[in-house]
Design a protein around this ligand. Structure first.
Ligand code: GLC
Ligand code: MG
Length: 551
């Protein structure tokens, strides 16, 4: 790893997970091959050619393991199996083979923080106070006054402690009641989960995205979380976010666990460990670990969370770049199955600008399925909500269902996703916003993504080049990427109005390699750069300084 990052001799010194693009598949919603309304592994296999055409290097699957589906797979009842809804182990092996035969990679979701309450470990654990697995979970007596052990709340609403009548203790669940948290201080739990990792790594998968990595260890004394006085905007009516999660998450000892996971991962060739972590940058970067022996990529979710304001984003980019440890490789994420889709947050025109940002910033990009065709969040009527976060807090409009709707493949019934009624309704615009229509239309979002991914792949400056900020104001962000003598200037207009930029350094003339305005591709530009509203430009720099007069 160190070699890869200090040696600039050639592109091949980088790992696939540094240069490639990751694509998140939410398996329930990607493609349903057997007509039960839920996507499956055989469905994914039929779409690998599409992903390869698109220019994807690696797929990450949200959980496909046996699960009662209280949290749609993030409540696992068997870590070494495949849920029959998705297929069989033979289907999985076939999928891995098909992915690898296309020179692509595949990551699985590891959910180590909690199991399903139907997992045999928990069934044993709750069976009696003296069961050998009692200590595998977080059991606590009621306080002397009969109250809850502390003030910790569940992300999905209500207290995080659930009373177990049979054994007269509470158990802790950071998420749904059906998702009891494991006790990661117990060495047996550590070994059991490392064994799960080994199982899948030996099967040939290329790594893991680790669910809620920063949650795994909690304060040993179970101290109360302090109430916040300054609330983050938009969280005012979510009790969970009214407390700083200083004792329930991000404990120093979590890094020992991450290190263990990394050490195991490193026993295999070219595998990657990605951590799902929602923390401020200065804490996020600690998950690279001592000597960079933690997560290869602690997911950087800033683009999902920041307001769409050029100056805040420019500052966040530079803060992040400046905070990375010496051998820490950056990464960027624009969407996932927990957050509103980018096209719904900033609109479809700006979503193209966002795509350019995602795919030209330095570091590994992760795309969310459907964003490449401009899918929007789909309004789900109240009685159709299935996401526990939405069901538990219906008045807050925080259900995650809208961002999890079936992939729109074509204009046929159910958008070509399934022969029968899908588990979540399909978008109203699926007849025109779909893969088949997008591939035929050079102006579509999909054709744009296709060109952008191809450019990124063909230009070392864009996938391994250096990053240097140039300028930002209340409309635009501009930065350079450079590899050897190849230099690109990227200019993003985050506003709907025309914008102008006259770089005072390192740029005199260039050729537009890519623009969100199809008509401007391959046009030359001089030192006075103009942008349409909602336009993003990737300019190949051809002259950095004005020609010397008289020569
Ligand atoms: C992660 C997942 C989310 C899930 C939660 C509990 O945040 O991305 O979907 O509900 O963990 O597993
Ligand atoms: Mg199916």
């Amino acid at each position: 790893m160190e070699n890869a990052l200090t040696n600039t001799a050639g592109q091949s010194d980088y790992f696939w997970w540094q240069t490639g693009t990751i694509y998140q598949i939410y398996p329930r919603s990607f493609c349903d091959s057997d007509g039960d309304g839920v996507g499956d592994l055989q469905g994914i296999i039929t779409k690998l050619d599409y992903l390869q055409w698109l220019g994807i290097d690696c797929i990450w699957l949200s959980p496909i393991f046996p699960s009662p589906m209280a949290d749609f797979g993030y409540d696992i009842s068997d870590y070494k199996g495949i849920h029959p809804l998705f297929g069989t182990m033979a289907d999985f092996d076939e999928l891995v083979g098909e992915v690898h035969s296309r020179n692509m990679k595949i990551l699985l979701d590891l959910v180590p923080n909690h199991t399903s309450d139907q997992h045999p470990w928990f069934i044993e654990s709750r069976s009696s106070r003296t069961n050998p697995k009692r200590d595998w979970y977080l059991w606590q007596d009621a306080r002397e006054d009969g109250g809850l052990p502390n003030n910790w709340l569940s992300v999905f609403g209500g207290p995080a402690w659930e009373w177990d009548e049979a054994t007269g203790q509470y158990y802790y669940h950071a998420f749904a009641v059906q998702q009891p948290d494991l006790n990661w201080r117990n060495p047996e739990v550590q070994q059991a989960m490392l064994d799960v990792m080994r199982f899948w790594l030996e099967k040939g998968i290329d790594g893991f995205r680790v669910d809620v990595m920063w949650h795994m260890i909690k304060d040993l004394q179970l101290r109360d979380n302090p109430a916040l006085t300054n609330l983050l905007p938009g969280t005012e009516n979510r009790p969970y976010y009214q407390f700083a999660q200083v004792y329930s998450t991000d404990q120093p000892e979590v890094h020992d666990i991450v290190r263990m996971m990394r050490a195991l991962t490193d026993k295999f060739d070219q595998r990657v460990l990605i951590g799902e972590i929602y923390l401020p940058v200065e804490k996020l970067v600690t998950y690279y670990g001592h000597d960079s022996k933690g997560a290869h990529l602690p997911f950087n979710f800033q683009l999902l969370q920041l307001p769409w304001e050029p100056m805040s984003i420019a500052m966040a980019i530079d803060t992040y770049e400046g905070s990375l440890p010496a051998s820490g490789w950056p990464n960027w994420v624009l969407g996932n199955h927990d957050k509103p889709r980018i096209a719904s947050r900033v609109g479809r025109d700006q979503a193209r600008v966002a795509a350019v940002m995602l795919l030209t910033l330095r570091g590994t990009p992760t795309l969310y399925y459907g964003d490449e065709i401009g899918m929007r969040d789909v309004p789900i009527p109240k009685h159709e909500i299935v996401d526990p976060q939405g069901v538990n807090m219906p008045e807050l409009n925080i259900s995650r269902d809208p961002a999890r709707t079936p992939m729109q493949w074509n204009s046929q019934i159910n958008a070509g996703f399934s022969r029968r009624k899908p588990w979540l309704r399909v978008a109203d615009d699926a007849g025109r916003i779909n893969v088949e229509a997008g591939q035929k239309d050079p102006y579509s979002m999909l054709s744009f993504y296709h060109r952008l991914l191809a450019l990124r792949k063909s230009e070392p400056a864009l996938h391994i080049g250096t990053y240097s900020p140039l300028y930002s104001d209340n409309q635009i962000i501009a930065y350079f990427r450079q590899y050897e003598n190849d230099r690109f200037l990227i200019v993003l207009n985050l506003s709907h109005r025309p914008a102008y930029l006259t770089p005072r350094q390192d740029f005199h003339e260039g050729k537009i390699a890519l623009s969100t305005e199809y008509e401007r591709i391959r046009i030359k530009t001089g030192p006075d750069i103009t942008l349409n509203g909602d336009e993003a430009l990737v300019i190949r720099v051809t002259q950095t300084t004005p020609p010397t007069p008289g020569l």
